[in-house]
Write a protein that binds this ligand. Structure first.
Ligand SMILES: [Zn+2]
Length: 369
């Protein structure tokens, strides 16, 4: 259009298009909610930053998100303090409508970044008759995201000592077996962050898990280090600012150093978990899941127990749901690497992770029912 005088027709067409094509606006991509013993949280993820304001009218909270539009029908059934949520288009804005369950609540709206999210926490007022004891009642694990680490020509991860097989290939094999085990035996839906050897950014992996409203996120990796390094370790996200050495996270994150998304993710320090309502339960569930998986891996592989650890992996930091990162053995170790990087080894790792997840789900659903 430069150096060309815009015709009236073009302007009119653009104006019409902006009215009928909400995809041109800042899109609200997803709405999620969760509930804990402290209250219920609602999150709307958007493509870009937006101004927003919350108002209350009877049993409905409205959050007007300016100059935005839902990308599709966005609605969810309620849990806990919330009976239902939906995001609708309203005069060029997106309107988040939260229907409250009967009771007396405090609420606050705030923003989080990478991706930009509008969050609302709803907590029963002190002294109110609302009991949070059954807020999680009936909760089930229905959808699991498996994230085979790395991928594509540049992001190969660690490798066998002779470099004949890369981490990205081994974890893809494990992921495919794990997917089948979970789907066939537990009837859960499994979504893989990649289905083959291609590049997926860290932010893309997080967004995918959030977009499909996954109940669990499991990132599969294999460790690398000096030839003598060995053992099994499972990570979940740190709570608060980590001060300890974070060698493992730095290594996994470093593989994505040129990832355009990494800077954005790094810029947000423990972004989502600053929500009080969210923090306690999701970290607690992540720790429980990590312990179940670590136990089964130790049982199956019989390697040194390097422990369940908290660390600051970007891929765990951007997700809303309980999330773990598994380093089942050291691929760089001549002993462990060659022993488990083969069809039999892929199967054994996948079966151990599967049993850990199954244990966790059985325990979770018993606690929630
Ligand atoms: Zn890795």
């Amino acid at each position: 259009m430069k150096n060309t005088r815009p015709s009236a027709l073009v302007l009119t067409a653009a104006a019409v298009l902006s009215l009928i094509a909400p995809s041109l606006a800042n899109r609200a991509r997803s709405v999620n909610l969760g509930t804990t013993s402290r209250g219920t949280w609602v999150v709307v993820a958007l493509d870009d930053e937006a101004e927003f304001g919350l108002s209350a009218d009877g049993d409905t909270l409205s959050v007007r998100i300016e100059d935005a539009a839902p990308s599709s029908t966005l609605q969810r059934d309620g849990r806990g303090a919330v009976e239902g949520v939906r995001v609708v288009a309203d005069g060029g804005d997106a309107l988040l409508l939260i229907t409250l369950a009967p009771g007396s609540y405090s609420y606050r709206a705030y923003a989080k970044r990478d991706p930009f999210q509008v969050c609302v926490d709803v907590t029963p007022k002190e002294g109110s008759s609302v009991s949070t004891a059954d807020f999680g009642a009936g909760a089930r694990i229905e959808r699991i995201v498996i994230d085979p680490g790395h991928g594509g020509p540049k992001w190969t991860g660690t490798a066998l000592p002779d470099e004949s097989i890369a981490e990205k290939t081994a974890v893809m094999e494990q992921a495919r077996i794990l997917q089948r085990l979970l789907e066939d035996n537990l009837g859960v839906e499994v979504v893989l962050t990649r289905n083959d050897d291609y590049e997926v950014g860290l932010k893309g992996r997080c967004l995918m898990a959030n977009d499909v409203d996954a109940d669990l996120f499991i990132s599969l990796h294999l460790n690398g280090g000096p030839r003598s390094a060995h053992g099994t370790e499972t990570f979940y996200l740190v709570s608060g600012q980590a001060t300890e050495t974070r060698a493992a996270a730095m290594k996994e994150n470093a593989d994505f150093q040129s990832d355009p998304y990494l800077d954005q993710i790094n810029s947000s320090v423990l972004d989502f978990i600053l929500s009080d309502v969210y923090q306690t339960q999701v970290l607690d569930e992540s720790a429980r899941l990590a312990r179940c998986v670590q136990r089964e891996l130790l049982d199956e592989l019989g390697l040194t127990d390097r422990g369940v650890k908290q660390d600051n992996f970007a891929v765990l930091r951007g997700t809303h749901m309980p999330a773990i990162l598994v380093e089942s053995y050291f691929m760089s170790s001549p002993d462990e690497g060659y022993r488990y990087t083969n069809a039999e080894g892929y199967r054994r790792v996948a079966e151990a992770v599967y049993r850990g997840v199954a244990d966790y789900i059985a325990d979770y659903e018993e606690r929630m029912n």
